[in-house]
Design a protein around this ligand. Structure first.
Ligand code: SF4
Length: 325
């Protein structure tokens, strides 16, 4: 199936299906609706990027899928099983196939542990015997391009790029199906970012991995993703293939986001209104379409009625203007 035709699929190939997911946090007498009714599918073997400004809920959504946060409601169906309903060994078994790579390799690796123990840790949790897990850990460190001897070092003895390779090795050691990556290159020097992205691309091909990538960097999106979901204030605004998104973004928010991306020849930039104003307070989101306070095309209806995420020209868009005909 081509990327274009599956931009909106509701397919049998879904590895992960997130259904009407909500993650609310109580703050005083109000609820911060960080994720507010998100439905999203990811096909086996693809890479989907979740983009949006910081505070839009994308990292919270990732943490729900990773099991770090317990969602307020909704389903997270992975390989046909709803993770929100699983317990005990069944949950542990399913969780083994989902691994998370954090944004900051300086903070995510325990400074008191040797590299070999960090990489072997998920295997220990899964009950793999000591000798076997050390063997797998060493093999995996080589697989991510780290030299012999690194296993006996501590995180502070490694560069940022090497630490992120350790974090990738830790995720890879349990042979996951789905890798969740939260801005995996944003804390790294530009000079090492490409190396990490190249590694992740090769591992995806060699191990048949599926990626759910959270990023605000459209350069990363362009390089690694096949489909893109755009999030705004806890909701999905548009889901499209990468080609559709970069060539003809439909949602005004997507258009504004792309407007802020540097391009080699600015004279070739399509004329679109820039993104104005700050992200509204998520504790007090605007009524109707949440983007209406910043949207150059907003009408009276936009402030009253919430637009639904509907199929349009081979993608999904939540906008009254786009979906009116
Ligand atoms: Fe803009 Fe209205 Fe579309 Fe929201 S629904 S993006 S306010 S035109």
């Amino acid at each position: 199936m081509g990327t274009e035709s599956r931009a909106t699929y509701t397919g049998n190939d879904s590895l992960l299906r997130i259904e009407d997911l909500k993650m609310y946090f109580k703050e005083g007498k109000k609820y911060l609706k960080a994720v507010d009714g998100v439905t999203l599918e990811i096909e086996d073997g693809e890479s989907l990027c979740l983009v949006g400004e910081s505070g839009c809920g994308k990292s919270t959504l990732l943490k729900c899928v990773a099991g770090i946060l317990k969602p307020t409601s909704g389903k997270i169906i992975f390989q046909g099983q709803d993770l929100t309903k699983l317990k005990g060994r069944k949950l542990l078994k399913a969780r083994r196939k989902i691994q998370l790579i954090f944004q900051n390799p300086y903070a995510s690796l325990d400074p008191r542990m040797k590299i070999i123990d960090i990489v072997a840790e998920p295997l220990r949790i899964q009950g793999v015997p000591k000798d076997e897990r050390r063997k797998i850990a060493v093999e995996t460190l080589r697989e991510v391009g780290l030299p012999p001897g690194v296993e006996n070092k501590y995180p502070h003895q490694l560069s940022g790029g090497m630490r992120q390779r350790v974090a990738i090795a830790r995720a890879l050691s349990v042979k996951p199906k789905l890798v969740l990556a939260d801005e995996p290159t944003s804390a790294l020097d530009v000079s090492v970012q490409a190396g990490i992205l190249n590694l992740m691309k090769r591992l995806q091909r060699d191990y048949g991995l599926t990626y759910l990538f959270v990023t605000h960097d459209m350069g990363v999106v362009r390089y690694i993703c096949e489909r893109v979901a755009v999030m705004y204030l806890g909701k999905i605004a548009e889901v499209a293939s990468k080609k559709q998104l970069f060539n003809s973004p439909l949602h005004p928010y997507t258009q504004a986001l792309l407007n802020s991306v540097p391009i080699p020849d600015p004279s070739k930039r399509k004329r679109r209104p820039p993104l104005k104003g700050e992200l509204p307070d998520p504790l007090n989101p605007p009524s109707g379409c949440r983007f209406h306070t910043r949207c150059p095309y907003a009408t009276e209806k936009c402030g009253k009625e919430e637009p639904q995420l509907l199929p349009k020209n081979g993608r999904l868009v939540a906008c009254h203007l786009v979906n009116q005909d």
